[in-house]
Design a protein around this ligand. Sequence first.
Ligand code: TYM
Length: 323
Amino acid sequence: MRVLSGIQPTGRFHWGNYFGAIRQYIDLQHGNEAYYFIANLHALTTVRDPEILWRNTIEAAIDLLALGLDPDRATLFVQSDVPEVSELCWLLMTGTPLGLLERCHAYKEKKARGLTADAGLFTYPVLMAADILAYDADIVPVGMDQVQHIEVCRDLAGSFNHQFGEVFVLPNAKVLEDSAKVPGTDGEKMSKSYENTIDIFEDAKSMRKKIMRIVTDSRPMEDPKDPDTDPLYQLYCLFADPADREVMAAKYRAGGFGYGEVKKALAEVAEAFFAEFRERRSRLAADPEQVAQILADGSERARRKAQQVLQRAQQACGLKAAT
Ligand code: TYM
């Protein structure tokens, strides 16, 4: 199987990114042909400071490598280093109904929050479709919020194939049930734009502070509580092993404990969980040349694949002579 996914360098990666997506990247690099990229073209729709965008892009590469992405198994690259994707995006754009994009949650949400929408934001899902189709991806590991975009990708690929012949592979989203939508400190979906994130490489003190601020209900301590509806318990479960989860769930059901106790336990498991990655990260950060080389090798490999697919599409729709 061919696996592909992208992640935006809009800031430091958070728990939602890790448990919803990055963890899947690492697992799926075994036994598959895997492509993972840093979506700097998508980030350009929100990050308008060149130094920040560049720095975030490099930090993103270091983070992914530290978290276990293995450049000998998976191809890691920066989205804009494969210009074929932008060209493919235009080919798809010519067949994209406006209504399809108007229905996309990400666009609708941002507009509802009063952000002025430009053409980049509006056509964002088409570029994402090009990202996926350019590598003949079968599987796209993502969190729940990206599933609709992958449906759009399938629609666009399907109608292109219908018009011009079997050019594109139709991908499937792969979402992990237990972390499809990781909650943030306010109980809503964890997201940079909601300012409710806890970062993977956050320093221990600030992580603890954020954990202590996670919203909980204000029922008396003695009351039995349902763990399954509590975002704090959901976060604890991401880190704890099954036996510890059960112990904690039993405490909820019995009542007579405070949320502070759960928060303390969460801070401890989270810190221990990321400790090994943190160490690897500082080693990688000290060797920027190695990271640059990994990205250069990755983009070369990715381009080779994207060039083949682009040529196939160009020939199919009459932009190049068919062979
Ligand atoms: P981005 O950068 O917003 O998020 C990267 C990945 O993290 C997942 N994620 C979450 N999963 C569970 N719970 C959460 N709270 C949470 N927050 C984020 C996202 O679902 C995503 O998988 N458009 C994409 C980037 C992209 C892409 C692609 C992805 C560009 N081209 C092609 C797949 C294929 C995005 O903005 O992800």
